[in-house]
Design a protein around this ligand. Sequence first.
Ligand code: UDX
Length: 440
Amino acid sequence: MKITVVGTGYVGLVSGACLAEMGNDVLCLDLDPEKIRILKEGGIPIHEPGLDQVVARNVAAGRLHFTTDVQEAVQFGTIQFIAVGTPPDEDGSADLQYVLSAAKAIGRHMTDYKVIVDKSTVPVGTADKVKAAVRAELDARGENIPYSVVSNPEFLKEGAAVDDFMRPDRIVVGAEDDQAIFLMKALYAPFQRNHEKLLIMDLRSAELTKYAANAMLATRISFMNELALLAETLGADIELVRHGIGSDPRIGYHFLYAGCGYGGSCFPKDVKALIKTGADSGHNLRVLNAVEDANDAQKLVLVDKVVERFGEDLSGKHFAVWGLAFKPNTDDMREAPSRVIIAELFRRGATVTAYDPVAMPEARRVFGEDARLVYAERPMQALDDADALLIVTEWKEFRSPDFDVIKAKLKSGIIFDGRNIFDPALPKKAGLTYLSIGRP
Ligand code: UDX
């Protein structure tokens, strides 16, 4: 099949590369010439395990191409994926300008039947807006070329994106005509050889499904984070509670990890956007408002613990921070707890040496030149002259450190662990004070 993907961000690039991997001819469009230059030269503009090989393999096979030429891109694919950003507006609602300008471009340049697929996470009702935008462009040209609009939200996780796309749990397709359904079924047939994963539904249900999934997962995390704080006060252990409840299949083990808050490009943005959609249609989504409040507070829990130990004023104190990315296996720092934590340490007068296996270049961009923040080349080097260590991202390489070295380096001998990565007995044995989330 001939496929165009508009937008080479996480979702667009992974979708394009994985669809090419299944033998399709894919052309990816981006208006950013720098991104397209990198891709054409065989690089990838993001850190995502395994994606570079999939891209390189399919470029070499002649199935994956990149362009900045809108007309060429629109005329190429029968299926046109819209996978552009939907950043939050000031009021929290998703900004649809990039989605709608992609839709307009398709209407302006199409010369034959197209299936226009919303892959970006978009509020309920967007498919209707896309349909209208295409129609308006066709009317302006005096054309009546047929097209279908489909909602096909993407559920991939950063850090596991290629695997998630190649082996999806489910493929949600919102569509309202047989021709579009037929083509989407054919497109996704190779991804569901073991059992049927395609869920065909109406457009609005598909759009709401994506928000419902992310909001549910964020809710589980905020719920566990609140329980963790309670467990600490009561002298219970949230990790044991997690096992205790996760064994109930109605609850399950996934996404029950208490920590220093969720970040990333999806949960914070989608929870906000769903709250806004609710408010706009007369529904106060009380649970989700609480989920958001709890998460905002949770991002400061590690600093609260630091303040309990070192006092409100942290002037002259120096902290090591392990982990800057919002989660392991990515260099993405969007809404990362590390940003809030480091900013709060600065506000209280402290300085920081940070280490992250891949996100330090991104951190340099985020924080700019700031004398209060330096970077270490190795995790242990970050501990030089530090009063205490804060663990913010659970990278594998942090999991088995030499606790005696940590003890020798840290002035206070305290580890504040925002991701509960150690068995508390180990740092304790080395004489360290180990403060984690929701554990005694
Ligand atoms: C998420 C969804 O999982 C994915 O389906 C959707 O398509 C996009 O949003 P992603 O943002 O890549 O994916 O990361 P995810 O692995 O879901 O983690 C999100 C945040 O939640 C991270 O900050 C992570 O540290 C945090 N988290 C996750 C917890 O705090 N506890 C958990 O138990 C799980």
